[in-house]
Ligand binder design. Structure first.
Ligand SMILES: NC(=O)C1=CN([C@@H]2O[C@H](COP(=O)(O)OP(=O)(O)OC[C@H]3O[C@@H](n4cnc5c(N)ncnc54)[C@H](O)[C@@H]3O)[C@@H](O)[C@H]2O)C=CC1
Ligand SMILES: O=C(O)CCC(=O)C(=O)O
Length: 525
């Protein structure tokens, strides 16, 4: 039975979804890293929020793991290259908590503008310090967004509702989208120079790390307010503290910190700082949405192969999954055949799609074909890690769709080049689902993919088939199916023989020594 572990505080509804889909689920939030490592090997899926760190070390122990599901947006607590390398799909829920997080940023802006937390503490302490908490009005002020994706766009919309003017710095924001959102797309320096309030909504990447540091702060208006509800590390905390102390920055509201959980931080204790413990996504509505969504996505993947919102593999919708599955199987079998035929490293692979296949999402078919191709050489390759493994090995990969009418309703052709030689295999699906080989090296031959097969290249001469049958008989190997094809009478020919047991080297040597045999391979699928 498929098993999933939930290792962070997800809404309990996720448990119900998994159980309802027939998946066994353990709900164990708050495990220490060692405890998690000790049990992770039992699970096919791991559902997390931000507390669990999915490190390369944890993944090493995750022998059965197929998918990590992040109930949320940021996947920076998952070592994506390590997961991809081990063939583990990583998926998130890119929209479920966006509104809630945008609302938190707006709440933080009001908290800063009107010093609500400080005024609350003072009032409840019986001080009634009415003149101490003079605020600023937000209407007419300039809000500078760094990052204008899902969350940034919602913040822009709400801020415009408050009659603020909104500037956005986002290299990937188009002018057209900026116009639709009613924001002005600007360069970073212009944003720094004009904004009264700056709010960050980017992922933490090499390009965004430390985007607000002492040099950036020096370019800002005196008294600027800075909000970070995205990721710790976007702002250099020491530089911000110095600027708060000098008055260059008038206030800062932070939900995220370089080190989390943040039990202590250089910003703590400053009178103009408001902090929350990474609460951006913490509303009942958002947590229900992300928990339901991640449980559905993980279940779909584990049970049907449908992939949505994966950050390291192409998506396959629930509608596509049943249609693509037999094609992925065919591509994998063709790849595996090619991979067993080549004698050295593969330099290039081309996958051609004809007929019905040409209308499909080619990425999963390509990934499955590469997995089959590399499997004879690499343990633990699957369609998640195959494209990156092919890339690492310098294999050129191309996919071509043809709109010509094939002889079959649907065809996949795989051509692999290795050491100057090319291997070409063509397959189809019989009845829309059963993989069948229809051509090898340009020679028509129809054969199913048996578990154990002998592939023989020979010349079409009398007596060859009898000699081959005798060799198999001598080794007590029973023939299940026998398929022949030839280019022309007396010319190049192939035999594909499905047998009932693995083929031993002695039999291969005997077949190789038969007259008219060019080469022989033992294949297993
Ligand atoms: N505090 C919390 O609880 C939560 C925090 N987050 C954080 O918010 C971040 C943003 O989330 P979404 O808006 O959904 O992501 P998104 O991917 O929709 O938007 C991110 C935007 O940042 C832009 N960007 C990328 N590199 C940039 C750069 N160098 N400079 C400026 N802009 C750049 C992108 O073009 C994109 O438009 C997430 O990465 C996550 O870390 C998300 C949810 C909850
Ligand atoms: O799950 C959480 O509380 C954090 C959410 C978050 O940071 C994200 O979705 O990126």
């Amino acid at each position: 039975m498929v098993k999933v572990l939930i290792s962070d505080k997800l809404s309990e509804q996720a448990v119900e979804i998994f159980r309802g889909r027939g998946i066994e689920v353990d709900f164990k939030p708050g495990l220490a890293p060692d405890e998690l490592k000790a049990i992770i090997g039992r699970y096919d899926g791991l559902a997390i929020r931000s507390a669990t760190k999915v490190t390369a070390d944890l993944l090493e122990a995750a022998e059965n793991l197929k998918v990590v599901g992040r109930a949320g947006i940021g996947v920076d607590n998952v070592d994506i290259p390590a997961a991809t390398g081990r063939g583990v799909v990583v998926m998130n829920t890119p929209f479920g908590n966006a509104v809630t997080t945008a609302e938190h940023a707006i709440a933080m802006m009001f908290a800063l503008a009107r010093q609500i937390p400080q005024a609350d503490a003072s009032t409840q302490a019986g001080k009634w310090e009415k003149s101490k908490f003079m605020g600023v009005e937000l209407t007419g002020k300039v809000l500078g967004l760094i990052g204008c994706g899902n969350i940034g766009s919602i913040v822009a919309d709400r801020a415009r509702g408050l009659r603020m003017r909104v500037l956005a710095y986002d290299p990937f924001l188009s002018e057209q989208r900026a116009t639709e959102l009613g924001v002005r797309k600007v360069e970073l320096d212009e944003l720094f120079a004009e904004a009264d309030v700056i709010t960050l909504h980017t992922p933490l990447t090499d390009a965004t790390r430390g985007v607000i540091d002492a040099a950036a702060i020096a370019k800002m208006k005196k008294g600027v307010r800075i909000i970070n509800c995205a990721r710790g590390g976007l702002v250099v905390e020491d530089d911000l503290r110095a600027a708060l102390d000098s008055g260059q920055v008038g206030g800062a509201a932070f939900d995220v910190f370089v080190t989390e959980p943040a039990k202590e931080n250089v910003l703590f204790g400053h009178p103009n700082v408001v902090c929350t413990p990474h609460l951006g996504a913490s509303t009942t509505e958002a947590q229900e949405k992300v928990a339901l969504q991640i449980a559905e996505q993980m279940s779909d993947y584990l049970l049907t192969g449908a992939v949505s919102n994966a950050v390291n593999v192409p998506s396959v919708t629930a509608e596509e999954a049943p249609i693509l599955k037999p094609y992925m199987k065919l591509a994998e079998l063709l790849g595996s055949f090619c991979g067993q035929m080549v004698e050295g490293p593969v330099e290039a692979v081309s996958i051609e799609l004809e007929g019905h296949a040409a209308e499909l999402n080619a990425e999963p078919i390509k990934a499955a074909g590469l997995a089959g191709l590399l499997r004879p050489q690499v343990d633990s390759v699957n369609m998640v890690n195959a494209p990156s493994m092919a890339h690492q090995r310098g294999i050129e990969v191309s996919v071509t769709r043809h709109d010509r009418e094939p002889d079959y309703q649907t065809l996949l052709r795989m051509t692999a080049r290795s050491q100057g030689r090319t291997r070409v295999l063509v397959g189809t699906l019989i009845g829309g689902s059963k993989p069948r080989l229809v051509e090898v090296q340009g020679i028509a031959v129809e054969a199913d993919f048996g578990q154990h097969m002998l592939y023989v290249r020979n010349y079409d001469k009398p007596g060859f088939i009898g000699a081959l049958g005798s060799a198999l008989g001598n080794h007590q190997v029973n023939i299940a199916t026998f398929h022949l094809g030839r280019r022309d009478v007396g010319g190049e020919a192939i035999a594909l023989v499905e047998v009932d047991q693995p083929i031993e080297d002695a039999l291969l040597a005997e077949v190789q020594a038969l007259p008219h045999v060019v080469r022989v391979n033992a294949l297993s699928f």
